[in-house]
Design a protein around this ligand. Structure first.
Ligand code: HEM
Length: 188
């Protein structure tokens, strides 16, 4: 008769350490790549926009709108919208798909930031933007792993979701808002 080992319970500390390690490694790896490679200084594609700047700004703004959907659906699923009652089944579907599409929209923007421009340190705004960009993908990787790891404290997922959202708001403020406050640049 085959004897199987009982499944070992995951300790919360080990799970949290794993998440933090993955998030930090992801963020540092992106930052190192952006810093050490020679920026190409040109776009690979512009998806029909007049330039790389416009493409990135609108992709980032569309992703921010979807992250607002993420916030509302997350609050609803976690019972933080008492006036709306319990969340119907489709809310988790909307949460999952708005998040997936938002993530996909960030990829062409972030790719062009890192590949075409690199890790900028010319001003506080650009430095904060690069750090937030790397931290966003670290937080996102940790959240995706956290959804699948057993033994995490109940607060871990909302905490990681808040980290994803807040780093993205910083990205938008330091890049897209800055663009919208410039004058003389083509909007699209
Ligand atoms: C989710 C991730 C990211 C998004 C959505 C994003 C989005 C944007 C947008 C919309 C702009 C303004 C358009 C432009 O100047 O071309 C921008 C600029 C820039 N990004 Fe990112 N970015 C992300 C991550 C990063 C990362 C990881 C780095 C580097 C480590 C980075 C470095 C830069 C630089 C150097 C600029 C030019 C800033 C300036 O000179 O004004 N970005 N980004």
């Amino acid at each position: 008769m085959a004897v199987t080992a009982p499944a070992r319970a995951q300790s919360p500390a080990a799970a949290i350490a794993g998440l933090l390690g993955l998030g930090a490694a992801t963020a540092v790896a992106l930052g190192v790549y952006a810093k050490v490679h020679s920026p190409a200084g040109r776009p690979l594609f512009t998806l029909g926009f007049s330039g790389m700047l416009q493409m990135k700004v609108w992709l980032t703004t569309a992703a921010l709108a979807l992250l607002a959907v993420q916030l509302v659906t997350a609050l609803w699923m976690w019972g933080r919208l008492p006036a709306a009652g319990p969340a119907p089944g489709w809310v988790s579907w909307v949460h999952r798909w708005s998040g997936s599409v938002a993530f996909a929209l960030t990829l062409p923007a972030a790719f062009h930031c890192m590949w075409a421009l690199g890790f900028g340190t010319d001003s506080t705004r650009v430095l904060v933007h690069g750090i937030a960009g790397c931290a966003f993908y670290g937080a996102y990787a940790a959240k995706m792993l956290g959804l699948r790891l057993p033994g995490l404290p109940a607060r871990a997922i909302p905490f990681l979701g808040a980290a994803v959202l807040s780093t993205f708001v910083v990205i938008w403020l330091t890049a897209a808002l800055w663009f919208f406050t410039r004058s003389g640049l083509p909007l699209t």
